[in-house]
Design a protein around this ligand. Structure first.
Ligand code: AMP
Length: 429
């Protein structure tokens, strides 16, 4: 029989790997809650028009990457990103009527039918956050600072923050026209994809990796020439705030990113190329001041970002979260199993995680298993121990053994486990 495999580009995260995921997710939740963000969970399936309207028709995501289908004539899409769903929920529940500023964060799977490669998958996880109701630029700077602090906390070295401003709709429309005017005479030099984009989404040409496209762009106008006074003041203040916070950044006038909804502040955080290769963008974010209104709500400014968890894990030096259990109970012989099960239950009641090996088997094989689950102590219970009312407590790190009265063993083990230095403490190890 052939083995059925999972869907290409959709990965299993096995228990051996989950420790690192938990550490990154915990660090993210901690950074977000320190900044007053609360978690939101929105559905994985949304109506297809939500993404077409917000992300934009002529974007890679909408044109070719969405998992869309129709169920009883209802067009549905597995969410390719988290912002549109959050904004939909914000409008649907009229949150703007309940509070002036909403700070939300989320962590969950996203789906895009991309060509899988290292750091690019078809199901991947994003940790993201949104602020509704604050036009910035103070909160824009704070959001970037929060990310840089979070990345340092999970041991991601060599990050680079790129910032840009896309201005409002007016500046973008003018810039689009100017870019088309500039590139039209050079159309023959552009890649086939960029020639097509010249008619559909010219700003995306700026993102092109093709050297001929980049050569054609040398000397092209930048969006900065088209920003109005208010956009300019916003962008200048963002840079001032970042400087005040001591957050290093680089202004990247060609940064546009793949989604149409961005206005004003736009940013990316890149990690070390040696580790990440082409997928070196760890975080992408920006303002989307028009989206809430576009979805039928009032005019509410907003900003958000999403970080790809797989990429964070590739870049991070965090190790896995220590042991599976603190203690291991090894009964020797059938008669000891009842005692071992009760001892296991009593240890757990005292908050000590433990595994009871009720399969039987030799002491040697049980101790091997105790070591493989990272237990600090192994508790050996045989017929003799049962008869004498004791338990053999083996310290697996210190290689010592003592006979402890059954009546006090739970407190002895609790003490021993608490005083132990965990294999991976709260920082990096
Ligand atoms: P975006 O939603 O496209 O702005 O992407 C934000 C972040 O999500 C990127 O910087 C990546 O870290 C991550 N990301 C986007 N697409 C993928 C993908 N197909 N596989 C893995 N991570 C992704």
């Amino acid at each position: 029989m052939t083995i059925l495999r999972g869907v290409k580009g959709m990965n299993d995260i096995l228990p051996d790997e989950i420790g690192r995921w938990h550490r990154v997710e915990k660090a993210f939740a901690r950074a977000a809650s320190l900044h007053g963000f609360r978690e939101v969970r929105t559905p994985y399936l949304e109506p297809t028009p939500l993404f077409v309207r917000t992300i934009g028709e002529a974007t890679d995501v909408v044109e070719k990457e969405m998992y869309s289908f129709s169920h009883h004539d209802e067009p549905l899409t597995l969410r390719p990103e988290g912002t549109a769903g959050a904004a939909r929920a914000f409008v649907e529940h009229a949150i703007h009527g309940k509070e002036q500023v909403s700070r939300w964060y989320y962590v969950g799977p996203m789906f895009r039918a991309e060509r899988p490669q290292r750091g690019r998958y078809r199901q991947f996880y994003q940790a993201g956050a949104e602020i509704f109701g604050d036009a910035g630029p103070g909160c824009d700077a704070e959001m970037i600072e929060m990310l840089v602090t979070f990345l340092a906390a999970i041991g991601v070295p060599g990050v680079e923050v790129l910032v840009n401003s896309l201005g409002g709709a007016d500046a973008r429309a003018k810039y689009k026209a100017a870019l088309v005017t500039y590139l039209e005479p050079k159309k023959g030099e552009l890649s086939a994809e960029s020639q097509r984009r010249l008619g559909t989404n010219p700003l995306r040409i700026l993102d092109s990796k093709s050297p001929t496209d980049q050569a054609a762009l040398d000397g092209a106008p930048t969006i900065h020439e088209f920003l109005d006074d208010a956009d300019r003041a916003h962008f200048a203040a963002l840079q001032r705030h970042l400087t005040a916070l001591g957050t290093p950044f680089v202004v990247a006038p060609k940064l546009v990113r793949g989604l149409d909804y961005y206005t004003r502040t736009l940013f990316e955080i890149k990690g070390a190329k040696e580790k990440l290769g082409a997928g070196d963008t760890l975080v992408g974010g920006g303002r989307y001041d028009g989206m809430v209104e576009e979805l039928g709500g009032p005019s509410v400014p907003a900003i958000g970002f999403a970080a790809g968890l797989e990429r964070l894990l590739i870049a991070s030096e965090l190790t896995s979260e220590g042991a599976v259990v603190d203690a291991f109970v090894a009964p020797l012989g059938d008669a000891a199993i009842d005692h071992a099960l009760v001892l296991g239950r009593d240890l757990r009641a005292a908050g000590v995680s433990c595994e009871v090996d009720a399969r039987g088997g030799s002491l040697k094989s049980q101790l091997r298993r105790a070591n493989s689950v990272g237990a600090r102590v192994a508790l050996v219970v045989g017929d003799r121990e049962v008869a004498e009312g004791v338990v053999q407590v083996k310290d697996l790190a210190g290689h010592t053994q003592e006979s402890v009265a059954r009546a006090t063993v739970v407190s002895v083990v609790t003490e021993r486990v608490r005083s132990a230095v965990p294999a991976a403490s709260d920082g990096r190890s």
